[in-house]
Design a protein around this ligand. Structure first.
Ligand code: AHQ
Length: 246
């Protein structure tokens, strides 16, 4: 590692530092650990799906904010695919329902109604605040910073695969069709990360200060995902408040 704090790290060192933040990824959050170990109740799993829907429908708004701020046509041509992945498309004979529709299907697979999911009635305030912090970051910050914030997806294939591997055993009552979203993200996330990482390594390696800013941005987004899991766990776990009953 370059000991000179004014010189940029090499791109390989910089990538290692970005990937090194995996320890803060929400796969390690107690709620997701409980999920992977089969310890969630039906209601807790339903609560997670219903609250995460707000994150899913917010991703295209976040990506549209990046597009609206981005003056680079090559970047926009790649980035627009992310919106289509979630919103779906009907073009030249191709019909893709999209990830948001697949998440509604996940909701129905865990026993929620379509209206339970799309109405957002079960989304708790702290979950909204965490997600809105991410969307507003993308709206207000330079598009290059919003690109860097998407790199939590460096770690996403692992958590999607974990759900694909563990839910059938731990939650056999969930209709397997509902896992479609996780399966399609395995390839989409890898494509997104290849693009976002290449840009981030290149753009932010101009100076050490920019590289350190990219690490700070990635930590912000890791904290968004962690706070979202906090909100869901708090809303879904019985809290036995000691002391005199109100
Ligand atoms: O389903 C997810 C998704 O579409 C995205 C887009 C990307 C971004 O632009 O920030 N991040 C992301 C993530 C998705 N799913 C999360 C999960 O745990 O299911 C993981 C999340 C991410 O790692 O950022």
């Amino acid at each position: 590692m370059n000991p000179n704090t004014s010189q940029p790290w090499s791109q390989a060192e910089f990538e290692t530092l970005l990937r090194g933040k995996s320890s803060s990824y929400h796969i390690h959050h107690p709620f997701h650990v409980m999920m992977a170990e089969g310890k969630l109740t039906r209601q807790q799993l339903q609560g997670w799906v219903a609250n995460r829907f707000y994150y899913q429908i917010s991703i295209p708004l976040k990506d549209a904010a990046i597009l609206s701020n981005c003056d680079n046509r090559e970047i926009r041509r790649e980035w627009i695919l992310r919106i289509l992945d979630h919103d779906g498309l009907q073009l030249a004979g191709i019909h893709d329902e999209g990830g948001i529709e697949a998440w509604v299907g996940l909701g129905e697979a865990v026993g929620l109604s379509r209206d339970d999911v799309v109405s957002l009635r079960y989304v708790v305030p702290a979950a909204r605040f965490a997600v809105d912090a991410y969307v507003n970051f993308a709206r207000r910050q330079p598009w290059q910073e919003a690109v860097a914030s998407s790199l939590t997806e460096l770690f996403a294939p692992h958590i999607h695969q974990q759900r694909i591997d563990t839910w059938p055993t731990h939650y056999p009552w969930v209709d397997a069709e509902g896992l479609r979203y996780f399966k399609q993200r395995l390839t989409q996330a890898r494509r997104d990360v290849a693009h976002g990482l290449h840009f981030t390594l290149d753009h932010f390696s101009q100076t050490r200060a920019l590289q350190e800013r990219a690490l700070e941005i990635l930590q912000f987004k890791l904290d968004v995902l962690w706070a979202l899991a906090d909100a869901i766990m708090l809303s879904q776990c019985e809290i036995d408040i000691k002391g005199p009953k109100p």
